[in-house]
Design a binder for this molecule. Structure first.
Ligand SMILES: [Zn+2]
Length: 118
């Protein structure tokens, strides 16, 4: 399951940040999940529960913000309006480039009793 490795990576990064800041347990971790990231939000939430289970961060929340994908043609600059994500530009048949919404990003980590920005 891809979501499990994503959750593990998010948890490792969150923990590293907590250690740097000498912070306590995680309260909420907010992540942006791109429309084209290939990550299912429900599975990611379940994976987060699994990864944090029986750790000090058991019960921490994973807040998921969906990020819309955006494409542009590197050749003519065309930006498809319809959200069907074509592989090739309708005008010049050039391979489309994905500008945003193709990854999972750590947006913010809230620790218990304090706030910090990732
Ligand atoms: Zn084009």
């Amino acid at each position: 399951m891809y979501e499990l490795s994503v959750a593990q990576e998010l948890y490792i990064n969150s923990r590293a940040r907590a250690y740097e800041l000498e912070a306590r347990e995680l309260e909420t971790v907010r992540v942006g999940v791109g429309e084209l990231a290939g990550v299912d939000a429900e599975l990611l939430r379940a994976a987060w529960k699994f990864v944090t289970a029986e750790s000090a961060d058991d019960g921490s929340h994973l807040e998921i913000v969906k990020i819309a994908a955006h494409q542009v043609c590197p050749q003519c600059g065309a930006q498809p309006e319809k959200h069907n994500f074509p592989s090739y530009c309708e005008r010049c048949k050039c391979h489309m480039r994905v500008e945003s919404g193709d990854r999972v990003e750590l947006l913010e980590i809230r620790f218990q009793h304090e706030l910090a920005i990732a």
